[in-house]
Design a binder for this molecule. Structure first.
Ligand SMILES: *Cc1c(COP(=O)(O)O)cnc(C)c1O
Length: 496
């Protein structure tokens, strides 16, 4: 029996406690709380001892998988190892204890970090200014697109309401564009997985606000025609937006600013080593070219040349305020510590090592899995399912989902599956630069074993995972009817 078979949620025993409060020394004194705020019935919390609580939560955390417990090759979502020193830095009381309304004079150190981090991001991307205020990648996209719209409108060019997005784009791109009130126009990919310039050209007219791109794109391929794309879009009066959520492959090598992009966002919680998953916290800084600087959201942090002090100011022509105060400051500190600890030289190694790791895994597995686009990839690549598979006892053939489930039995997190939508059985793998050759070899070995099982014993895959606390949950039900209380599940909650 495994520990999780014993994991029960009803631990409460009447009268058991894990705390003790001091005696009320003034039993006769009014407590001053208005009656309406006073509880009239018990809060009905579980009555448990401290060891009960500690064991319960530690056991629960053991049921989880994280980048600290194993390899996490999630394509389009860089899950690199997050050095612990970053956590330590961001939890310093001097940072964590700051109040967001403190006068600028009393938080000069924090503002210096904001200013210096913006400067480093400019240096790494070739943009001329950054706001660190947005809370996530998608939030950065929305901010960037608002800047794009303001730019056109401020020049009296108000008919630009369409945005071009490649069919391989991350789902947040069209979603952010729609939230920003732009109409999404898809541009097709060529058979090699790159933007089809002949499809792009006729789309470019005076109703186009710009194009949103990722380079390397979602298939991990570098858009070789980026200069021609840039010329065409700019010639038509549009702007180029760069989705830099996964900047790993380029870090220290190539800069979106040099490719001609006007606006971009970064995901500090992917490329710059903040733990993510489970909903946050993140940061999606937005960088812009010089002619768009005045359109950034407020507040902005600048170093006054006269006083040598950092000041917080408004931005009258800008996109307004898009977040409370100045973003997720703790995440900014982690990115700052990460860049500082890598230093100039090692930042340059992130790109080459992540590209090497991806190509190594791709080349090692290309006989066992279908590789629709065989060219050299950047930080990630896509398989289109197994090369060979048989049918399980339930009469259906082994699919990408079964491979992903079986990987859990081998102790690896599954890659991204069924995305991008260009292929039916997509398996998208991004190993990252933080993994050793031994880890990559162990993963390759597991993937090969699974490919063998798909032929010799397909039912093992169909019923996988066999060793995890939860086997195959009903994902729709889990999302639409999450059970978030500690109380025992009723049979009507129905969970597998
Ligand atoms: C993750 C990701 C996003 C969205 O970032 P969030 O922080 O999840 O909003 C956007 N684009 C790409 C390419 C991504 O990988």
């Amino acid at each position: 029996m495994k520990y999780y078979d014993k994991l029960i949620f009803e631990l409460s025993k009447d009268g058991r406690t894990g705390y003790s409060l001091p005696e009320n020394r003034w039993p006769d004194k009014e407590d001053g709380l208005p009656d309406v705020l006073k509880r009239t019935s018990s809060a009905d919390l579980p009555q448990v001892s401290e060891p009960d609580v500690v064991r319960h939560y530690v056991n629960l955390s053991d049921m989880n998988f994280g980048v600290d417990t194993g390899f996490y090759p999630l394509g389009s979502c860089t899950m690199k190892y997050n050095p612990k020193i970053n956590e330590e830095m961001s939890s310093y009381h001097g940072f964590a204890g700051l109040h967001p309304l403190q006068p600028a004079d009393t938080v000069q150190g924090a503002l210096q970090i904001y200013g210096e981090l913006s400067g480093w991001l400019c240096a790494l991307t070739g943009m001329s200014a950054f706001t660190l205020n947005p809370f996530a990648g998608a939030h950065g996209e929305l901010t960037g697109l608002m800047i794009m719209r303001s730019y056109h409108i401020s020049r009296g060019d108000s008919g630009r309401t369409r945005i071009i997005v490649p069919d391989s784009a991350h789902g947040t791109n069209p979603a952010s564009a729609a939230v920003c009130g732009l109409e999404v126009v898809q541009v097709k990919s060529t058979a090699e997985g790159l933007i089809d310039i002949e499809d792009l050209k006729p789309l470019l007219d005076d109703t186009v606000a710009g194009i949103m791109m990722t380079n390397p794109n979602t298939l991990g391929l570098f858009e070789k025609e980026i200069h021609e794309i840039e010329e065409c879009v700019h010639a038509a009066g549009g702007l180029l937006y760069y989705d830099g959520a996964n900047m790993n492959a380029l870090l220290g090598k190539v800069r979106p600013g040099d490719m001609g992009f006007d606006i971009m966002h970064l995901n500090l919680h992917k490329t710059f080593s903040t733990p993510h998953g489970g909903g946050g916290p993140g940061a999606g800084p937005v960088g812009v070219a010089g002619r768009l600087e005045h359109l950034l959201p407020e507040p902005v942090v600048t170093l006054s040349p006269e006083t040598g002090k950092y000041v917080i100011s408004g931005q009258p022509q800008g996109a307004g305020r898009i977040s409370g105060f100045m973003g997720n400051f703790g995440v900014l500190i982690k990115a700052y510590a990460y860049i500082l600890s890598l230093g100039k030289q090692n930042v340059r190694n992130v790109g080459p090592y992540s590209v090497l790791a991806a190509n190594y895994v791709k080349e090692s597995l290309k006989d066992s899995y279908k590789l629709p686009i065989p060219s050299l990839c950047k930080h990630e690549f896509v398989f289109d399912g197994l090369a060979k598979a048989n049918t399980g006892d339930n009469g259906t053939e082994v699919t990408t989902l079964d491979v992903a489930k079986r990987l859990l039995d081998y102790g690896f997190h599954a890659p991204t599956i069924y995305f991008p939508l260009l292929f039916h059985q997509s398996i998208m793998i991004e190993p990252t630069e933080t993994e050793s050759k031994e880890t990559l070899d162990a993963f390759i070995d597991a993937m090969e074993k699974i490919a063998g099982e798909a032929v010799s014993s397909p039912s093992i895959l169909k019923e996988a995972p066999h060793n995890t606390p939860v086997s195959r949950p009903d994902e729709t039900l889990a999302a639409t009817h999450p059970v978030l209380t500690f109380r025992q599940r009723k049979s009507s909650d129905n969970r597998s």
